[in-house]
Design a protein around this ligand. Sequence first.
Ligand code: GLN
Length: 494
Amino acid sequence: MTAELCDLTAHDLSAKLAAGDVRAIDVLESTLRRIDQVDERLHTFLTRTEGQARTQAGLVDERVARREEVGPVAGIPLALKDVFCTKGIRTTAGSKILEPYVPPYDCTPWERLQAGGAVLVGKTNCDEFAMGSSNENSAFGPVRNPWNLETVPGGSSGGSAAAVASGQAVWALGTDTGGSVRQPASLCGVVGFKPTYGRISRYGLIAFASSLDHVGTFTRDVRDAATILSAIAGHDPRDATSLPEPAPHYGAGLDAGVQGLRVGVMEDWLGTEGVQPAVRDSVRAAVDRLVGLGATAETASLPHADYALSAYYLIAPAECSSNLARYDGVRYGYRAPGGGDVMEMNMRTRGAGFGDEVKRRIMLGTYSLSAGYYDAYYGQAQKVRTLVIRDYEEAFRRFDVLVSPTSPTTAFRLGEKTEDPLAMYLSDIFTIPSDLTGTPAVSIPCGLSPDGLPIGFQIMGRLMDEATVLRVAFALEQDLRFAARPPLLEALSA
Ligand code: GLN
């Protein structure tokens, strides 16, 4: 199939727009056509915004026609996970409790992209309140993986990953609390990047677990990840955890190569039971490529990372039980009908408005925070978190980056893990540690399994050192030249 405009990278499109070869409206119409062709099967979007998108694209074209300089996000079709508040556009967090919610304000990342001329095509489907690894916890039904419609796209930002993989958006934002950008990127064959905690403002983000929530990006290549990150990163006085340091321009230095760089290979993760042989082989082959490019590779270890998953499933539910207390049927969204007093209304609303996984987390979190259990559970988990942070600090004295599979497996079948929460939780075993530490990490596609599903390679970096992570990812991407596309797209032109 010849690539349509909607299949190109943002940097290719941006060059064409600046040269006057295409108009933003052409790029948008190509994207909207693709959405019409595939969204019904994939269920990527919860809300589509084509009317507004046409206006935004028209404004970019007018500016170009006036020979005004436009930036790198101008005219590029974007999708936002439905946890980013968008003024006047419904924002559900994949939950029935927020089904009718229309925010009165914009989140900072969208505010910045909008100012740069971005074109929003829609809000993407996700696991309810970003809790999940397969998108099957969305109150509005799951997303399907464009590589194989019987499999999941990963989660919780599965809609954003599937949108970018299928040409329904050129890039997208998601959130990563335990892996929700990197894991779906891995399962959908796109680049998923999570910068340092606080690098991108969380203002206007529907909170899941505030000390772990990171904004992240989905792109077709590493250069685009650097570009969109540069557009949204940087201090925001409205988010108290936002980093005060000015964000560098991440595009500079991408092509500096990996000569002499010290790569730590997470051998014990590769040896973990449950890692598919094809995943193991592809990751090892990618490490060899890095060595071929001049890096050194040695075994690294993070001794306490084995406890990261357990600590995460105490800390994240604890924070979510507090964050989700605000959905009371009074202030936001849905209220269950019926009589009785406020307490009864509140209980009915939460009973009907939240799905099973969200309720499970609220109960786990409330329990672990309760008097008598706090020290044994939440307090212990915080200590483990500190130990994992120290492990990373120690490892980064010897290594510039650490590498591993992003997820132990490729995309699994819909329904395969829904009855077994623990099996589902294990999908994030390699991504959760970098959320506990707040350190940057990326997933890039590094190959296909024998059954034709993408495999993700994870590169983890030092706190604040997005630049090295992106540089390694860029070098590897240039060398691997992963160019496979979902069969669904090939079939469109057949
Ligand atoms: N799958 C993990 C969870 O369910 C991570 C989710 C996320 O990163 N938002 O908590």
